[in-house]
Design a protein around this ligand. Sequence first.
Ligand code: ATP
Ligand code: MG
Length: 202
Amino acid sequence: MTGVRIGVFGGTFDPIHLGHLRVAEEVAERFRLGRVIFVPAGIPPHRRQPETSSQHRLNMVRCAISGNTQFTTSPLEMQRPGKSYTVETLQYLSRLHPKDVFYLIVGADQMVKLRKWYQSEQLFHYCRIIGISRPGTPLDHLQARITADFPPEHVQNIFLFSVSALDISSTEIRRKIREGRSIRYLVPQKVLQYISLHKLYH
Ligand code: ATP
Ligand code: MG
């Protein structure tokens, strides 16, 4: 039996929003992915630490993807002690499912820094990488960055893909909540309810 194409979408998801979900939907359609796994980072290595616990962030992902059988989530980075290195996640997943083909989904703002990730060249042992457009980082700039940063044999395993531009970020959502403003229609209704129930980001 041939393997399934699986998308791996890492992030802080503090909180998950409609921008993330639309990325996953459009990538899954275009690359004919059987499944997209959302992997919330425990301790992200390259950024400010999350405002909310891993458990809350995982629960919000669960709320967001409920009802979509193509989308799943995994606590594997949250459960691993120490920093969440993507390369270790992909190594683990590809050993667990050796017949499947993994596609790592990365937004343009993170893609431009990909070369600086821990053992970034090793990623190509385990997956192909899909770089996604995001408002604020033009794809042609990203294309130039990638060709400058990686050798051709790696560049051929990086796919750049333009998705519907949704200028939504978790930072902006957190700010709105702090300021007592509405975040309706920026996150799924169930995530909105979860945030209210647990009084997150106040
Ligand atoms: P923060 O503002 O806290 O950094 P974020 O909105 O950037 O939050 P992350 O959890 O950091 O969300 O992002 C996870 C992944 O999703 C990253 O690869 C990021 O580039 C991508 N991403 C997030 N929002 C969008 C968006 N609106 N369009 C395209 N890609 C996105
Ligand atoms: Mg971000």
